[in-house]
Design a protein around this ligand. Structure first.
Ligand code: SF4
Ligand code: SF4
Length: 339
């Protein structure tokens, strides 16, 4: 993290581009590859063969297309992104255009983070429990210790968040993971497991999940370093336990598979199968002709990357404070801290 980004310029460009159209993607998620060095039980991606990956030139073409389509936030994931040898160059291209983040399992992090942190605003490291609970879910012994070693090194260079997915094998580990985050000086991003058809089904039992969601709301209100808003956890309770839907806006995200194809309508419903090549598509036109309305009441998943942006409202003071004011203050304070 080394320079203050021209986010204002990006916002102006987005406002200009958005004249006369209703929908533009705000956030982009890109799986750089499916290959992974871990074997997580609930993950369908390491089970897929990578066909030909995008070249560096194609990655840049993709980033330029996204920039022209109004995207401001770029998130890289996998598979394990650190397995790509050209990762530094891809991140550098992204960092010059977008607020850039990356999700890693942490296995290769300790030795690589110094170099990639130069081109990252934020890093997420998956932690699904303490010690052997994490190792059992992730399928490789020693993966917890390697991830923690990587995080200890990473916090020297940039802001880090643990990425914790609630499953039936770790719902009782929430407080332990929060305690770990306190020791490491990082925050925790919490997701609820989604059962993909081609992986082990680990989503938590309904009653247990409700207890955890209520606990998370309470802990968040007490000031624990949880990334998601209380409204996020409450919306899951409202939808899955009380039949009150949240309105999904999947168009706020554009997902791109390892071959550069756009995944529609969302990450979940077609289990990450891409269709049109991103740089051969007029994204603004597609975004404003696609039948998004039929997905508004879906509520099938509770992925924070869709639910949190869908909930955002300029008329909700707490949300504007947490999502806009605090994020800007956090961004500036991180810039000062790491420069
Ligand atoms: S680390 Fe991520 S990509 Fe790799 S197997 Fe686990 S969930 Fe899948
Ligand atoms: S709620 Fe439905 S439409 Fe919205 S992101 Fe989840 S699966 Fe997709």
């Amino acid at each position: 993290m080394s320079k203050l980004k021209p986010m204002t310029l990006g916002n102006i460009k987005r406002a200009f581009l958005g004249r006369g159209v209703k929908k533009l993607p705000l956030i982009a998620g890109h799986k750089l590859l499916y290959t992974c060095n871990l074997r997580c039980k609930m993950c369908p991606f390491w089970r897929r063969k990578d066909e030909k990956l995008l070249s560096l030139e194609e990655e840049i073409l993709m980033l330029k297309t996204l920039e022209k389509s109004g995207v401001l936030f770029m998130g890289f994931e996998g598979g394990e992104p650190l397995l790509r040898r050209d990762l530094d160059q891809i991140l550098e291209e992204s960092y010059s255009r977008f607020y850039t983040s990356l999700v890693t399992n942490g296995w290769l992090l300790r030795d690589r983070v110094k170099y990639i942190s130069e081109y990252l605003d934020y890093l997420f490291v998956s932690i699904d429990g303490i010690g052997e609970v994490h190792d059992r879910i992730r399928g490789i012994p020693g993966s917890f210790d390697r991830a923690v070693e990587g995080i200890k090194e990473a916090v020297r260079y940039l802001p880090v968040s643990l990425s914790f997915t609630i499953t039936r094998e770790n719902y009782d580990q929430v407080l332990d993971v929060l305690e770990l985050s306190r020791k490491l000086g990082v925050t925790v991003s919490v997701q609820v497991e989604y059962d993909y058809s081609t992986a082990e089904k680990l989503s938590p039992e309904r009653k247990k999940l409700l207890e955890v969601l209520n606990l998370l709301i309470e802990l968040k209100r007490k000031g624990y370093p949880i990334v998601e808003s209380p409204e996020y956890f409450q919306s899951i309770i409202n939808s899955w336990y009380k039949g009150v839907n949240w309105r999904c806006k999947p168009w706020m995200l554009i997902n791109i598979d390892p071959q550069g194809r756009i995944v529609l309508p969302c990450y979940v419903l077609n289990e990450y199968n891409g269709d049109k090549l991103v740089w051969e598509t007029n994204i603004v036109k597609l975004w404003n002709s696609y039948p998004w309305e039929q997905y508004e009441k879906c509520n099938k998943c509770a992925l924070a990357c869709y639910l949190e942006p869908s909930l955002f409202s300029w008329t909700n003071f707490n949300m504007v404070n947490e999502r806009i004011v605090n994020n800007i203050l956090g961004y500036v304070s991180n810039f000062v801290k790491w420069n």
